[in-house]
Ligand binder design. Structure first.
Ligand code: UDX
Length: 430
């Protein structure tokens, strides 16, 4: 099939490469000339495991092309996926101006029947607005169908998630569009759920908000564990064995971040309010998450008294392990809280150092490894769950630290082991 994807970010580029891999002819459009130039030279603008290989293979076999010309993409395809950014505005609502601009550009270039698919995460009823925009601005009287087909890609495993999804959700208004969408995904083995457009839009927001709620729930339980001296890791294990609950997304810690969960939660809350429903639960989910960030600072204060002037070593900057992405990273937020309190902060991350330099600048000291972070620090704080932080030489770290304090914001380490080594160890909820 002839597919056009608009937006070559995390979602759009993965979508384009994977559809090409499935045998479709794909034109990937982005208005960022630098990015398209890079991609034409087969250089990746983002790091995502497996992506480069797919892009290279499919460009070479002629199934994947890149362009900045949206008209070229629209005219030469039957199905158009909108995968542009929907970043959060100050009030939490999603900024849909790029979606609108793309809808207008599609309208102006449509010359035959097209299926226009919302892939980006958008609030419920965006499909209606896209449809109206197309009707208002189309130059030729051609018919079209709107589809909502939300992505459920996790960073770091986006290609894998795309090719082996837990489900494919297709929100449609016509049998014709449903048939085409089924064909698009024919080679993927996964349950396909066909709904109306609004339900499909809601599935995305409802899923991500539920995942965020699950994390905040276990973080609240972690706080109770601390009050009574129980271990949240054990509690999560016990809860998770119940199939209805499941163990995933029950890792207590210093909070959730990233470009999806916090933004989708805020955007969902906003749209619910606009519709006249005050989704208070989501407010509390956010509140608990903010509390977890402060909790790390409070733990340092509990052990070391004043933070001002203390040297704090931080391990982890990315919003989760195995990515260089620091957007809405809890680690960055906590570092800012520490800096506000006058701490001297030293940092290390296996992949996210470069990106962090752009936001933290000279306010922190960048170290070459966890040992140089530890040297002379009054406390070592783990903020991202990188596997390599589990296997450090903690005996050596104890000697390097000024005071043997470890705050483990991701419950990575064995508490008893750390105590045996002579650390003052604080996890979350244990
Ligand atoms: C998420 C959803 O999982 C995905 O389905 C959606 O399409 C996009 O948003 P992603 O943002 O890549 O994916 O990261 P995810 O793995 O969900 O982690 C989000 C945050 O939650 C991270 O900061 C992580 O550290 C935190 N987290 C996750 C916890 O604190 N505890 C957990 O148990 C799980």
């Amino acid at each position: 099939m002839r597919i056009c994807t608009i937006g070559a970010g995390y979602v759009g580029l993965v979508t384009a490469a994977c559809f090409a891999e499935l045998g479709h002819y794909v034109i990937s459009v982005d208005n960022d000339e630098k990015k398209i130039k890079m991609l034409k030279k087969l250089r990746m603008p983002i790091y995502e495991p497996g992506l480069e290989e797919l892009v290279v293979r499919n460009v070479k076999n002629g199934r994947l092309k890149f362009t900045t010309d949206i008209g070229e993409g629209v005219r030469n395809s039957d199905i158009i996926f909108i995968a542009v950014g929907t970043p959060p505005k100050e009030d939490g609502s999603a900024d849909l101006s790029s979606v609108e601009a793309v809808a207008r550009a599609i309208a102006e270039n449509m010359d035959s029947y097209k299926v226009i698919v919302e892939k980006s995460t958008v609030p419920v009823e965006t499909g209606e607005w896209v449809k109206r925009t197309l009707q208002l601005y189309r130059k030729k009287d051609v018919s079209f169908d709107i589809v909502s087909n939300p992505e459920f890609l996790r960073e770091g495993s986006a290609v894998e998630d795309f090719l082996h999804p837990s489900r494919i959700v297709i929100g449609v208004e016509s049998k014709r569009a449903e048939k085409i969408m089924r064909e698009v995904y024919a080679k993927i083995k996964a349950p396909i759920l066909v709904t109306d457009i609004k339900s499909a839009e809601l599935i995305k927001h409802a899923s991500n908000s539920f995942l965020a709620t699950k994390i905040s729930y276990i973080n609240a339980i972690a706080n109770i564990c601390e009050l009574v001296g129980a271990d949240v890791v054990k509690v999560a294990e016990g809860m998770g064995l119940d199939k209805r609950i499941g163990r995933e997304f029950l890792d207590a810690g210093c909070g959730f971040g990233g470009f999806c969960l916090p933004k989708d939660l805020a955007s969902f809350k906003w749209i619910c309010n606009k519709l006249g429903y005050n989704f208070k639960l989501l407010e509390v989910v956010e509140e608990i998450n903010e509390g977890q960030k402060r909790k790390v600072v409070e733990k340092i204060e509990k052990l070391l008294w004043n933070i001002s002037g203390k040297v704090i070593g931080v391990l982890g900057l990315s919003f989760k392990p195995n990515t260089d992405d620091i957007r809405f990273s809890v680690a960055i937020d906590i570092i800012r809280l520490l800096l506000e309190k006058g701490a001297i902060v030293k940092v290390y991350d296996p992949r996210a150092m470069e990106k962090s330099k752009a936001v933290l600048g000279k306010k922190v000291k960048y170290c070459k490894d966890p040992y140089s972070v530890s040297k002379g620090s009054d406390a070592l704080v783990i903020l991202t769950g990188w596997e390599e932080f589990k296997n450090l030489d903690y005996k050596r770290i104890k000697k390097l630290l000024r005071v043997p304090v470890v705050i483990d914001g991701r419950n990575l380490l064995d508490k008893e082991e750390m105590k045996k080594l002579g650390f003052m160890y604080e996890g979350i909820g244990r």
